[in-house]
Design a protein around this ligand. Structure first.
Ligand SMILES: [Zn+2]
Length: 59
């Protein structure tokens, strides 16, 4: 099984999925809310959360 983590932000009252912002060639992009800009490492209003979904490993 692999676990896929889905980040979301609840600033609109409903969970809204974060989008990955590509930071640079060698840096891994961080997910950020397209509306308020919150991200897992910058979450001043504590609106960012995530859920892990298990998925079968399939080719
Ligand atoms: Zn937000």
């Amino acid at each position: 099984m692999i676990v896929e983590r889905t980040w979301f932000c609840t600033c609109t009252g409903k969970p809204r999925e974060l989008v990955i912002v590509e930071a640079g060639e060698d840096e891994t992009g961080e997910p950020a809310c397209p509306r308020c800009g919150a991200s897992p490492s910058s979450d001043p209003k504590h609106t960012v959360g995530y859920r892990d979904e298990e998925r079968p490993r399939r080719a």
